[in-house]
Design a protein around this ligand. Structure first.
Ligand code: ADP
Ligand code: ADP
Length: 234
């Protein structure tokens, strides 16, 4: 079952005479239950690729299907709804709301969807146990470590059962011990809670947790590694 189908997308910045091809004809698929990494140096097009898949930015050409829906043809209103219902996000800088506890941050999207408090509580307890954040649920972001905040952010990304979780440099603000714990947590979301994850990073250790890694450079995929098997692409 294909969750993400990226078909020959291009994203150009600038105008005539001064064009940057940030994404230059990229195609790939992500199947349900996969944990895929996208790795590349600064300026290679990772953020742009993530932004167009996130529906935050528009492609210049090509198509992106998420769960069978072509997001490149969706209108603005449908897009924000699509993003809310189908996508989960993990950002480098956590993006937690400072005035809410961890529990409230995780619950927010479900509260807005009018899910019953009992059901919300059940879901939060289940994910909190897996991510080992039970003892921080009543704390505010300023009372938590970076690693704890990012595990709370992961719980928030998962709680709506999105088709796809998009992670942008999730370990970027963490020390190596917190990074390892976060990546182990993301692995649990993937293997035990069947989350499909696409993670963008320039860090090799972080990327090594993905089961398949796409390498990009100058806006193109130039290599792909699947669990130790390497195959070079044109
Ligand atoms: P990465 O995330 O891998 O560092 P980016 O996607 O941010 O790469 O950038 C890819 C290329 O596109 C770079 O050359 C960058 O300077 C350019 N770029 C990115 N965003 C914009 C923008 N909004 N306007 C113009 N150029 C951009
Ligand atoms: P990252 O740490 O993800 O590589 P970047 O520094 O590439 O971040 O980009 C951060 C933001 O700045 C992105 O939203 C990107 O689109 C924008 N950006 C990057 N390069 C340019 C550019 N040359 N002109 C305008 N915006 C840019």
């Amino acid at each position: 079952n294909t969750i993400l189908d990226v078909k020959a997308i291009e994203k150009y910045y600038g105008s005539k005479g001064n064009i940057t091809k940030a994404v230059d004809n990229i195609s790939f698929q992500v199947n349900e239950g996969e944990f895929v990494g996208v790795m590349g140096p600064s300026g290679s097009g990772k953020t742009t690729l993530l932004n167009v898949i996130s529906t935050i930015d528009h492609v210049t050409s090509g198509h992106i299907l998420i769960n069978g829906r072509d997001i490149t043809t969706l209108k603005k209103n449908s897009l924000s709804r699509f993003r809310r219902e189908e996508l989960g996000f993990i950002f480098q800088d956590f993006n937690l709301l400072d005035t809410l506890t961890a529990y409230e941050n995780i619950a927010l999207a479900l509260t807005i969807q009018k899910v019953k408090p009992n059901e919300i509580d059940k879901r939060i307890k289940a994910v909190a146990a897996k991510l080992e954040i039970n003892d921080v649920l009543q704390k505010y972001p300023y009372q938590m470590s970076g690693g704890q905040k990012q595990r709370v952010a992961s719980a928030r990304a998962l709680i709506t059962n999105p088709s796809l979780i998009l992670a942008d440099e999730p370990t970027g603000a963490l020390d190596s011990k917190s990074s390892r714990m976060l990546l182990e947590s993301m692995e649990k979301l993937n293997t035990e809670m069947n989350a499909t994850i696409m993670m963008v990073t320039h860090d090799a250790f972080t990327a090594s947790y993905a089961h398949r890694i796409l390498f990009i450079k100058d806006g193109k995929i130039f290599n792909e590694i699947v669990r130790g098997n390497s195959s070079r692409k044109e």
